[in-house]
Design a protein around this ligand. Structure first.
Ligand code: ADP
Length: 214
C-alpha cells in the first residue's frame, strides 16, 4: 500500500480536498469522521472521544493508533490511502511509520495546507453540515438555497459542536503546539508539499494534483 497525508490546521479544507482526491483512486481515511461515526453508534471509543472533541482537545494517541490499525487491516499492495486529520502528534506519526513498515508500504507525499488563522475562524464558525448526506455549506461563502435545508436531499443543516468560535481557537492552539512539529518531521524525510489553502477549493485541488501527478 502507499499513502499520502493531508496536513494542515482545522478549516484548511482537508475534507473538501479529500473529496476530490477520492476521484483519483485514493481511499479516504478521516479520523475525525471515524470518531463522529463511533459516537453516533455509541461505541466505547466514540463515547470516550466525544469529551475530548467537544473541548477541541486531541483524543489520546493509543485510541487513534488502534482505530487506524483496524482500518488498514491487511491493506493490499495496490491500495492508495489518503489520511485526513491523522497523524496529529509526533507519537501518531511514529505509530503510522511502524504500521506502514509492517505492511511494506510507503508514504509518498505530505500535502501541507497553509491558511491564516483569521480565515480559519471565519470558515469554521460559519460552517454548516447536512445531517443526512454530510454536504458542507457556509452561511456566507456557500449558503444553501433555503436557510437551514440541504440543497441535495432536504436534510437539516447543523453546526458541529466544536465549530463555535472559542472551541475553534482552542483547536488552533492545539494544532500549533502538537501538530505543527510534524512539518519538521516530514520535511526531514523530504515529503512536504506546501500548498496555499486560502483560496478556492479548486485551487487547493489543482495544487495538490500538480504534486501527486507531476
Ligand atoms: P478538524 O480538522 O476540522 O479539526 P476533524 O474532524 O479532523 O476536524 O477532528 C475533530 C476532532 O476529532 C479533533 O478536534 C479531535 O478532538 C478529534 N481527532 C480527530 N483526529 C484526531 C487525531 N488524529 N488525533 C487526536 N484527535 C483527533
Amino acid at each position: 500500500m502507499n499513502a499520502i497525508i493531508l496536513l494542515g490546521p482545522p478549516g484548511a479544507g482537508k475534507g473538501s480536498l479529500a473529496e476530490s482526491l477520492v476521484r483519483e483512486g485514493y481511499t479516504h481515511v478521516s479520523t475525525g469522521d471515524m470518531l463522529r461515526e463511533a459516537f453516533k453508534n455509541e461505541t466505547a471509543v466514540g463515547l470516550e472521544a466525544k469529551s475530548y472533541m467537544d473541548r477541541g482537545a486531541l483524543v489520546p494517541d493509543d485510541v487513534i493508533i488502534n482505530i487506524i490499525r483496524e482500518r488498514l487491516g491487511d491493506a493490499p499492495a495496490d491500495e492508495k490511502f489518503m489520511f485526513d486529520g491523522f497523524p496529529r502528534t509526533l507519537n501518531q506519526a511514529q505509530g503510522l511509520d511502524q504500521l506502514i513498515t509492517d505492511l511494506n508500504g510507503v508514504i509518498t507525499h505530505v500535502i501541507m495546507m497553509e491558511c491564516p488563522d483569521e480565515m480559519i475562524i471565519k470558515r469554521l464558525s460559519g460552517r454548516r453540515i447536512c445531517r443526512s448526506c454530510g454536504a458542507v455549506y457556509h452561511v456566507t461563502n456557500k449558503p444553501s438555497k433555503v436557510d437551514g435545508v440541504c440543497d441535495f436531499d432536504g436534510g437539516e443543516l447543523y453546526q458541529r459542536d466544536d465549530d463555535n468560535e472559542d472551541t475553534v481557537r482552542n483547536r488552533l492552539s492545539v494544532y500549533t503546539e502538537q501538530t505543527k512539529p510534524l512539518v519538521a518531521y516530514y520535511a526531514d524525510k523530504n515529503l512536504i508539499c506546501p500548498i496555499d489553502a486560502s483560496g478556492s477549493i479548486q485551487l487547493s485541488v489543482d495544487s495538490a494534483l500538480s504534486y501527486l501527478n507531476g
